[in-house]
Each structure stands twice: as structure tokens, then as C-alpha cells.
Design a protein around this ligand. Structure first.
Ligand code: IMP
Length: 175
């Protein structure tokens, strides 16, 4: 099917355990609040779907889609919103759900944009964090796994739109 070599970095059972722990923490922190989870399409849709089903508090969900110019394994600096949220978030407690933070450019951009809409609080939950790749300072409040500077796919993450369906997270090597 392809010439890309891949090996498992994080297995589905490990992901399931960590997602449950994150959801427990979020359920405790947001009890009694007006929680709106905002999923960044496309990569975070699998994580978001699992995360909300592990929560034990009510929440609303919405989706945003961002485009950054560049394909393959290199992200670029220019970001734009191609699908905005539809839920009014003024006065709500917003939690952005993202698959991975790499340079930090995407999440810094989105956090600034959503702050303009006046949420009461705004935090970020990422499944994967490549801390050593930051180009701008950025810390997510909830992090599933710190990972090394390798390109990963699976569990919603893609390489040129491939591999999102894989249940585990894999490291790939481009030939
Ligand atoms: P950042 O703006 O550099 O932090 O990049 C965030 C976006 O880059 C993510 O939403 C992903 O779409 C993409 N990305 C960064 N690293 C990876 C990776 O290892 N696999 C798949 N996508 C990645």
C-alpha cells in the first residue's frame, strides 16, 4: 500500500488509559461550570470522540477547522480559520481539544482568536506534545503524552490525509 515505514509509539490501550485520566481530571476541574469543548479538525476528532465519552459532567461541543500552508511533515507559519465555531462562547468555559502541539503556532493563533469572543475561561487539552519543537512559547493545561521530535500518525493524525484510521499512534519514517 505504501513505502512508509512505521512503528508503534503509543498503543491503543495506553491511549485509552491516559484519555480516561485526562477526562477524570477535566470532570473534576469543570464540575458546575459551563464547559464547551472545541475540537480542531481534522486531527483531533478521534481524541475528542473518546474524551467526551469518558467525561462525567455535561458539556457542549463545537468544531473549528484551521488551514496552515504546507503539506507533508513541515508546518508553516501562516494560519487561517476555514470553519469557525457556531456556539456563542461568551461567558463560557472553553477547552480546546487538539491532537498535537508542535511549533505552538496553531494553538497560539487559535487561543488569541477565541479570546476575542470573551469566554470566562480558555484552556487547552492536547493528546501529544512535542515540546522540543516550539517556535513560540506555549503550554497546554492538559497533556496526554510528551513525545520526541518524530512525525507521528494514527488515532486521527495523518500524513497527507493517510493513516487517520489507525487505532494506535505510530512513528513514521519517510523514504
Ligand atoms: P503546530 O502549529 O506546529 O503546533 O502544529 C500543529 C499541527 O501540525 C497539528 O494540528 C497537526 O496537524 C500538525 N502536526 C504537527 N506534528 C505532527 C505529527 O507528528 N503528525 C501529524 N501532524 C502533525
Amino acid at each position: 500500500m505504501d513505502k512508509v515505514k512505521k512503528e508503534i509509539l503509543i498503543s491503543k490501550p495506553e491511549i485509552d488509559d491516559r484519555v480516561q485520566s485526562l477526562a477524570d481530571e477535566i470532570s473534576r476541574d469543570y464540575e458546575g461550570k459551563d464547559l464547551v469543548l472545541i475540537c480542531i479538525l481534522k486531527g483531533a476528532f478521534v481524541f475528542m470522540a473518546d474524551l467526551i465519552r469518558c467525561l462525567c459532567i455535561p458539556c457542549r461541543v463545537d468544531f473549528v477547522r484551521l488551514a496552515s500552508y504546507g503539506t507533508g511533515t513541515v508546518s508553516s507559519g501562516s494560519i487561517m480559520i476555514t470553519k469557525d465555531i457556531e456556539t456563542p462562547i461568551y461567558g463560557t468555559d472553553v477547552l480546546i481539544v487538539e491532537d498535537i502541539v508542535d511549533t505552538g503556532l496553531t494553538l497560539s493563533f487559535l487561543v488569541d482568536k477565541l479570546k476575542e469572543k470573551g469566554p470566562r475561561s480558555l484552556k487547552v487539552c492536547v493528546l501529544l506534545d512535542k515540546k522540543e519543537r516550539r517556535q513560540v512559547p506555549f503550554n497546554a493545561e492538559y497533556v496526554g503524552f510528551d513525545i520526541p521530535d518524530r512525525f507521528v500518525v494514527g488515532y486521527g493524525l495523518d500524513f497527507n490525509e493517510m493513516y487517520r484510521f489507525l487505532p494506535d499512534v505510530y512513528v513514521i519514517q519517510e523514504d
